[in-house]
Design a protein around this ligand. Structure first.
Ligand code: PGA
Length: 247
């Protein structure tokens, strides 16, 4: 099943959410899996409003503890309480600007899975890392968390509950999409790492300047299960166009 996941980042107010789902509502083609990750203040509205559509509402992050002295964070339990069905973890903006590390991302993912939430676990190399030929080394390191989760907690995870997203940092929000060859090579390498560790491959999305004009081609590349889309997921017309590109 192909997947379209929208990452709304720090955008929109509650009234925009209503308008978005009014337009997207029942117009999404059947078949693909649809996800949108709004920011925390929009989650409750999004969960209620998305009920008329087939869109699942994910958070953009979650903390590893259920509760406690962690100002500014949300727990997986709180997200579940709100009606969210999943969360992103390890987005490069979290890693770059908010100090997330391979270890904290793994802990966030485990907490979400333990509450029964789905997880999109993001990985990807920076521009410097790609230019200095370290892409595979970085991906291999970032995959250690997902591999140990999938290996050590097989009963925790339902099919489709754990997804990876390969997002080269240099392609995020820059308009610079990775080439088809770069995307296929990275996805092939990710699959090899999982297989090498005796882990069954999980769906892997591509993210980084996905647009309505390139998504049809990207989503059909070998090893690509769909897209994690930032900017182009904000407008309802574009979200619908991205959905149609999958079918
Ligand atoms: P972009 O963002 O589509 O705007 O490049 C993707 C992401 O950060 O998930």
């Amino acid at each position: 099943m192909k997947i379209l996941a929208g990452n709304w980042k720090l955008n929109k107010l509650r009234s925009d959410v209503d308008a978005f789902f009014k337009e997207v509502g029942t117009n999404l083609p059947k078949g693909p899996r649809y996800i949108i990750a709004p920011s925390p203040t929009l989650l409750e509205t999004a969960v209620k409003t998305a009920k008329s559509s087939s869109v699942e509402i994910f958070a953009q992050n979650c903390h590893w503890e259920k509760s406690g002295a962690f100002t500014g964070e949300c727990s997986a339990l709180q997200l579940k309480d709100l009606g969210c069905t999943g969360t992103l973890v390890g987005h490069s903006e979290r890693r770059q600007f908010f100090g997330d590390t391979d270890d904290t991302v793994k802990r966030r993912a485990l907490a979400a899975l333990s509450e029964g939430l789905d997880v999109i676990f993001c990985i990807g190399e920076s521009k410097d890392e790609r230019q200095s030929g370290q892409t595979e080394k970085v991906l291999e390191r970032q995959l250690q968390g997902p591999i140990s989760i999938l290996k050590d907690h097989p009963t925790l995870i339902r099919p489709g509950q754990f997804l990876l997203a390969y997002e080269p940092v240099w392609a995020i929000g820059t308009g610079l999409t990775a080439t088809s060859e770069q995307i296929e090579a990275a996805h092939r390498f990710i699959e090899q790492c999982l297989t090498h560790a005796s882990v069954k491959p999980v769906p892997c999305l591509y993210g980084g300047s996905v647009k309505t004009s390139n998504f049809s081609e990207i989503s059909r590349l070998r090893g690509v299960s769909g897209g994690l889309v930032g900017g182009a997921s904000l407008s309802p017309a574009d979200y619908l166009a991205l959905a149609r590109a999958l079918t």
